[in-house]
Ligand binder design. Structure first.
Ligand code: SF4
Length: 214
């Protein structure tokens, strides 16, 4: 079965421990959530159908061995684990950005997962499937998008009670800079002595005026 693909492009990875490294992005169509701050709503529906072979051929145009599968939410498409498997077989290091609401056990273990836990400001925090955290490996990462103090306290509580198996450096507190100045989040983290990683969306700093394809 083909996958529905919104866009494939080459850019700088901006949202994980791989931030700053050139990366091919495969943005799949469709999402099961409707986050209040979503900046990729254009991927909820639009896309073209491509076979796994066609996707891998397109990725091969970019002379890069790091690829990220993103969305939308990639795991709404049943063929996504097969795509990940084929990319790994083809020699790629594969990152998966997932919103944390769907079971990640079907994702090949060699794939590096960057999993969101949705905070209250998303209006989708009740969709978190926290059991996923138990199945994360040492290379996987947990990301919280934080828009204010309520989100911060929510994230601290999840870290304390659910993230014991996640290396501290792999827990990302990502600032929603439209609503929260980074220095405020930095101050909260330092005051509370948290060993989490303050995270800025690098691609939005590099290309502040460009909303797609970066
Ligand atoms: S999960 Fe991601 S793509 Fe889906 S609505 Fe939320 S921010 Fe947008």
């Amino acid at each position: 079965m083909p996958l529905k693909v919104n866009e494939i492009f080459f850019s700088i990875q901006g949202e994980s421990l791989y931030s700053g490294i050139p990366c091919i992005f495969i943005r799949l169509s469709g999402c099961n959530l409707r986050c209040a701050y979503c900046d990729t709503a254009y991927a909820w529906d639009d896309g073209v159908h491509m076979t796994i072979r066609e996707i891998i051929d397109k990725a091969g145009c970019f002379h890069c061995r790091l690829v990220e599968i993103t969305g939308g939410e990639p795991l709404v498409q049943n063929e996504t684990p097969a795509l990940i498997h084929s990319l790994i077989e083809s020699g790629y290091t594969v990152l998966l950005e997932t919103n944390g609401s769907l079971d990640i056990r079907k994702v090949p273990s060699d794939c590096i997962k960057i999993m969101d836990v949705k905070c209250p400001s998303s209006n989708e925090a009740d969709k978190n499937f926290l059991e996923n955290i138990r199945y994360l490996g040492t290379k996987d990462q947990v990301k919280f998008v934080i828009s204010g103090l309520e989100d911060y306290h929510f994230a601290c509580n999840i870290v304390k009670n659910h993230c014991m198996n996640v290396p501290e450096g792999n827990i990302l507190f990502s600032v929603n800079t439209k609503l929260l100045p980074p220095h405020e989040l930095a101050a909260w983290i330092l005051k509370d002595g948290l060993n989490v990683r303050l995270h800025l969306q690098l691609h939005k700093i590099i290309w502040p005026q460009i909303e797609r394809g970066v």
